[in-house]
Design a protein around this ligand. Sequence first.
Ligand SMILES: *Cc1c(COP(=O)(O)O)cnc(C)c1O
Length: 373
Amino acid sequence: MIPYSTQCIQEDDIKAVLDALQSPNLTQGKYTQEFEDRLCAYLGVKYALVFNSATSALYSAYQAANIQSTHQVITSPISFVATSNMLLECGALPVFCDVKRDGNINERLLSELITPTTKAIVSVDYAGNSVEADKIREICADKHLTFISDSSHAIGAYYHNRRIGTLADMTIFSFHAIKPITTAEGGALVTDCAEFYEQAKLVRSHGMVKKDLWNSEVTRSGFNFRMTELQAALGISQLKKLDQFLQIREEIAQFYDQAFQGNPYFFTLHQNMPHTTTNHLYPIILAPEFWCAKEEIFKALLQSGLGVQVHYKPIYQFSLYQKLLGDMQLANANDFYRAEISIPCHQKMDLRSAKDCTAKILKVFEKFKACVR
Ligand SMILES: *Cc1c(COP(=O)(O)O)cnc(C)c1O
């Protein structure tokens, strides 16, 4: 089975982890510090904090932005559920904004969703392709909202000539095993704002600051959301290879764009992406005539050895969210869910395996007739 995405662990990664394992500190040591410094340098940001997951980094960002139970936060329904779940954990109400054809939040719909209790906008760079960050930033500045970017898919991507990580007030990355680079589990929060950095750092580690000798002070409550030194060492090693990984992913994506050009079954998102993406996902978007056969197509793709997946079921369709928000439907998010399948695209593939996947995919689709609508 060739997965839609996977990690790439090489000899130097293994050596890095073994070195950390034999170092004096297994947590809160020099590797964590170095990984954060390198993230700052790579991304061009002032502050970076690494976490044990992107989920805990999101939670800490929301806490740093002081998101509370009296607040609404506008976000995308086309995301992994953690983006919204962490809002619920802060007691806040997620307000879902519909998406565009590329799966990203529709910035033109944001203004009409803003109310006096709106506190923040949380966008998601779907598949690694940046949202229209300048427009969202403008809206946030105008309405005094915090702009938080869940860029879990998007480390190393650009918005025009600017790195993702430098665009929002706070940006979150994931280092989960199958994200562009990995620390097995892990995440990061980056920001240029000292206050957000200080608050998120407190949330990460018990709200505690060290003082003299044995003395310490606790000014707010917090968690243990820290990354281990083993993971940070792996992160340092992986970050060195990120650009190379992204280059391979881009070659595969461009090959697919060509190979699937003009086919009658689906179009591909990548060929129309305006920004330099990470290709964390390579989504194909079925023509409406094939939506009725999506389950059968999906099964046939799995049977032919392709580890396909669907990203994502709109978050408001989960029963938890239906209970909270009632039966809401957003037309484009619903259609996106009906149409999308993520096919294999990752740094362990080469053009030969991409060619093989292409042939298998087209062969599967040939067996399906368009449904009468
Ligand atoms: C993977 C992912 C997360 C959660 O990341 P973890 O590191 O697994 O906690 C959050 N948001 C999005 C969009 C993701 O893809």
